[in-house]
Design a protein around this ligand. Sequence first.
Ligand SMILES: [Zn+2]
Length: 311
Amino acid sequence: MVILARPGAIVLALLLLGLSSGCQSDDKGRRDDAPSPAAAVPEPAPQAQPKSPPAPNKPSPVDELKATASIPQGLKCLKAAYPEHICSVSANAIHWCDGTKMAYDDGKAHKTHAQFLEGADLEDQMKQRYLIGTQYPEPPQDFDPGRARHEPFFKKMYGQDAKAVSRTLVPVFWMPKTVNRRILVTGVNGIDKKLKAVSDEIEALPEPIRKMAQKTSGTFVWRTIKGTDRLSSHSFAIAVDVGVEFSDYWKWARKPAGAPLPYKNRFPLEVVEIFERHGFVWGGKWYHYDTMHFEYRPELLADGCVLTSPP
Ligand SMILES: [Zn+2]
């Protein structure tokens, strides 16, 4: 038997199998009750079942399963990650709960890495998958899961401009027992509460590790990424820079022209693991690494969208 790889297809196949086995048992029942062929009594013609017309606008369960099977996994992960904002998804769109729609795939293929970052659609945003956990290899060339952001998506979710985002800001006291630094993040998606939970867990770590995460910087700053027209995720108050004095950044790397970037990290992975558990991805897992950078991106950590083996 051929095993269908797609989960949606498996569900569909199982349903179809279920339907056909149901038919077989009906048949069997009828045969048991029927006279033997030797009696030469013609079998009664199967009675035509009165067919009720399908209710208008209500797809059959099979149609619904087919539709679900054709939805890209990335779309399913977006819906799972932001249930308060995305009420449904279809084959190539997310349907926001306010009734508006946003396309998933812009249909443009063969983007260079620069185009992939600059003109990212939602599909690009979901394309490179993130590897959770403390065991990860040096990121391969241009492997930057999380760096491609479809800007209209973040503007829609968190605010169109600095003023709109600033209205969502909530103070969080970073490590209140030892540091007690007031930082501002958005309250949208409960990010303030998630960051507080992160802070509490880091504060409970052994002192040498905890101390490396004491210093934070730049949570909310409406700005473009240096040298680009793209808004930084700090513009949406969904990111925080932690352990500033131990940070490494790809642009600081010294290397011969044309040579690959040498990977570098000094930040404790115990802290990374805590952030990931609360929905934040780490810039230290990017080829273009930024080891102090954490940003709330639960769609990349959702079941079915994370990497299950090293890239
Ligand atoms: Zn940052």
